[in-house]
Design a binder for this molecule. Structure first.
Ligand SMILES: [Fe+2]
Length: 364
């Protein structure tokens, strides 16, 4: 057995575990399929150039091409076959002409998705799902993604994750129209675009996670940390700022540009005491609550993908919301209950002869 003599974060590997990826091949990817590594012969240690799941910045590739670099080492953590399967399922849904065809495509895609990300006993890598979903839907100009990424790679990676889950949640709720799925994907990616600013700080990144865990807590946290007025307002007004920037710079990616307004509702509470607009929620449609729902379950945390399985990740997310009181504070209880019912229909059909462990429990 070869010694795993290299270490990178929580990864141990030897040179034999690495593949070569040419810069031309890497350039064709939108989301990085593995960890891009430079092996420094001088120091005999690996240098991480790009993480799996990160957006592949075309400028980064060009910079290295200009230097005469042809390829890099890659520690692959995605699986081409799995990505192809997802790609095919999305394409079948996209190209279906009749609603009956779309419903069949929906069922196939969701059954496959649940097999991987609902049942813990399977081996599944969620990066395959993110890669495929991003490739399927992304209509952004590179520069907007790069700007988000340059502010904080976490904001960009988490945007890719949340956007991917948004299109799946919409599909579970019964939206089969490809344009509606695409719009909800893009809205979700842009939720925190307003944070792309010079006052962005580590405290704001923490506030995002605090706010996600308990609505209102992000603002309390920033007050407790005694941050500057400009930092506090950046966080307080970011839903409206995100919406304004999206209207100005990304309107072309939307089939129904009206959906952009959803961005400004992201931190509003059910009782109208959220921020910054204090919106009353009674008029909100189920579709409009999808980004809020997804924003509440996808954590703001650095992901360093390894070969370990993320099977059951979606179940973990949905159940954490169902058990958490934040579902009562945010305007999403009705949508969450509907998501649960629709999920149960898919899961029960797939597991009629098995125990009911797979079922989702309804919240309050
Ligand atoms: Fe936000």
């Amino acid at each position: 057995m070869t010694d795993k003599n290299y270490r990178l974060k929580n990864l141990s590997f030897s040179k034999e575990d690495l593949d070569i990826i040419t810069l031309d091949d890497l350039e064709r990817e939108q989301v990085c399929p593995g960890h891009i590594i430079f092996l420094s012969s001088k120091f005999n240690k690996p240098v991480l150039l790009m993480r799996a799941g990160d957006f592949v910045d075309p400028d980064f590739i060009q910079r290295y091409k200009k230097k005469g670099q042809k390829s890099f080492y890659i520690y692959k953590v995605s699986n081409d076959e799995n990505i192809q399967t997802f790609n095919q399922l999305w394409i079948t849904l996209k190209t279906a002409k009749l609603e009956t065809e779309r419903l069949i495509a929906r069922k196939k895609l969701l059954t496959h998705f649940c097999e991987l990300f609902w049942f813990e006993q399977n081996k599944a890598r969620v990066l395959d799902f993110y890669l495929s979903t991003f490739n399927t839907f992304n209509r952004f100009d590179d520069e907007i993604i790069v700007q988000l990424r340059e502010t904080d790679t976490l904001l960009c990676e988490r945007g890719i994750q949340a956007a991917s889950f948004s299109s799946i949640v919409a599909l579970i709720l019964g939206y089969t129209d490809f344009q509606l799925l695409s719009d909800i994907f893009h809205v979700t990616f842009l939720l925190d675009l307003g944070l792309v600013e010079k006052n962005y700080s580590y405290f704001i990144a923490q506030a995002c996670e605090q706010e996600r865990q308990k609505p209102g807590e992000g603002l309390h946290f920033l007050k407790k940390m005694n941050v500057s007025k400009s930092e506090y307002s950046l966080f307080y007004y970011h839903p409206v700022e995100s919406m304004k920037i999206a209207k100005k710079r990304c309107i072309g990616v939307f089939y129904h540009p009206d959906v952009i307004k959803i961005i400004s509702y992201q931190h509003e509470l059910f009782n109208g005491k959220g921020f910054p607009s204090k919106i009353n929620y009674w008029g909100l449609s189920e579709y409009e609550t999808i980004p809020i729902l997804v924003d509440a379950f996808v954590p703001f945390e650095e992901t360093f993908y390894t070969e370990s399985s993320e099977a059951g990740i979606f179940k973990k997310y949905v159940e954490s919301l169902n058990e958490n009181t934040k579902a009562e504070l945010l305007p999403l209880r009705k949508s969450l209950n509907r998501l649960t019912l629709e999920l149960n229909k898919i899961l029960i059909e797939e597991n009629e002869n098995e125990s009911d462990d797979s079922q989702v429990k309804l919240g309050a």
